[in-house]
Design a protein around this ligand. Structure first.
Ligand code: ZN
Length: 406
């Protein structure tokens, strides 16, 4: 008996020892609450660094994996968190979405704390060309052209980049304080103001969620779009997008410590056989959000992570109806497309819904697909091939789209 117990004990020790364990940031199952847990790092190819079979986690422009004995505990937490969630995401695609070809995918380099912009002809843009913070992105494979001097030559596979976090003081976003005009404006109920407010909200979402996509400071856009009127409208009625911006002194988004951002970025890579990663559109971002949301298994994704992100979450059940400016690339960071795709899932059921949405990418491309024609058409075409009873299910989908205001 003792011998058997001894063997069981020895086995349990060896399985524990087989995979290094690291502090990892996770969400509590089915909840947006986060906590730090000890997690096993699976599929490692190295015994001393975050170099795995499928992902290699590096610092900035380095090609060497971050070692387990790195002195910065915060960097180790980020490395373990992205390593864990990317492998979990890969498992989802291989096992649940049945994409066994991902086993043959070349290893993906994952860069932490990198501020350089992506340059399709040179990998990293010049260090001082508008450094990036508070966002993440996936880049396509590439190589430097023939004419590039030998010492600058480079070639790379698909990569995922997480930018450093930076506290941006909200006061830098312009003077949004009360104004004596408020009272007289209260009498106005002008559709023009609604339009202006919507434009302003769009701009705020961008500023808040992916500030680095924004080329101009917010106050310049404010003046450009609407000036005082939009500010007044916001002060009068408030805005769900603006509330937190007014309450918090700073905003910040440490993308490496928001689990769904890892799922979102890996989804871009999987979907890139049809949706190339050249730029952000409402359609390609909505598709990546959809698969991030399935893996997150919560109604809201990208929710606040205390101390690491106060960015706005996206809601799979956003009830907003379609308006033409949802098509603007400015809306790529909003949750409207996600909510349209989520309605498809609710209408067809999770299993068929996921198949249909995934298959829809065959009829989409990043350059020209919009929501109202491209995406809806792609969903219906995919339903023709993947739905149980296409004639019936396409009618259900038409009805769903009508509810969304199409
Ligand atoms: Zn994206």
């Amino acid at each position: 008996m003792n011998i058997i117990l001894g063997i069981i004990f020895a086995l349990s020790i060896s399985t524990v020892n087989a995979h290094p364990v690291f502090k990892t940031l996770v969400r509590k199952e089915g909840s947006i609450k986060t906590r730090i847990e000890n997690k096993e790092m699976l599929h490692l190819a190295s015994s001393h660094s975050f170099d795995g079979k499928y992902f290699k986690i590096v610092l900035k422009k380095s090609n060497e994996a971050i070692t387990f004995n790195h002195q910065d505990p915060n960097l180790l937490l980020k490395a373990a968190t992205v390593y864990y969630h990317l492998n979990k995401s890969r498992d989802f695609w291989v096992n649940q979405m049945k994409l066994s070809h991902l086993n043959e995918f070349p290893k993906i380099i994952v860069r932490l704390e990198l501020t350089n912009q992506f340059d399709e002809f040179g990998h990293f843009a010049n260090d001082n060309r508008s450094p990036q913070f508070n966002n993440a992105l996936s880049i396509p494979e590439g190589e430097t052209p023939e004419w590039v001097p030998e010492d600058r030559k480079d070639s790379w596979n698909k990569e995922i980049w997480f930018r450093p976090v930076k506290n941006i003081p909200t006061k830098e976003l312009g003077d949004l304080g009360p104004n004596p005009l408020t009272v007289s404006l209260m009498a106005l109920e002008n559709p023009l103001i609604d339009y202006i407010q919507n434009q302003f909200n769009v701009r705020l979402i961008e500023e808040f969620f992916y500030p680095s996509y924004v080329s101009r400071p917010l106050h310049e856009d404010l003046i450009r779009y609407a000036g005082t009127y939009a500010m007044m409208k916001l002060i009068l009625h408030g805005s769900k997008y603006a509330d937190r911006l007014f309450l918090d002194k700073y905003y910040y988004l440490d993308t490496a410590l928001v689990p769904e951002i890892a799922y979102h970025e890996y989804a871009h890579i999987v979907l890139s056989d049809h949706l190339e990663m050249s730029h952000s559109t409402p359609v390609n971002e909505g598709m990546a959000d959809y698969f991030a949301a399935i893996q997150a298994d919560t109604r809201k994704i990208y929710a606040k992570v205390p101390g690491h992100s106060n960015a706005r979450s996206k809601d799979t059940q956003e009830k907003k109806k379609y308006v033409h400016w949802d098509e603007s690339n400015r809306m790529a960071t909003a949750d409207f497309t996600l909510s349209v795709l989520w309605d498809v899932r609710e209408a067809l059921g999770a299993e068929i819904g996921d198949k249909v949405v995934f298959h829809a990418r065959n009829f989409l491309n990043t350059k020209s697909s919009n929501i109202s024609e491209g995406l809806l058409r792609a969903i219906l075409l995919a339903c023709e091939l993947k739905c149980e009873v296409p004639r019936r299910d396409k009618l259900i989908l038409y009805e769903t789209f009508t509810w969304k205001g199409f």
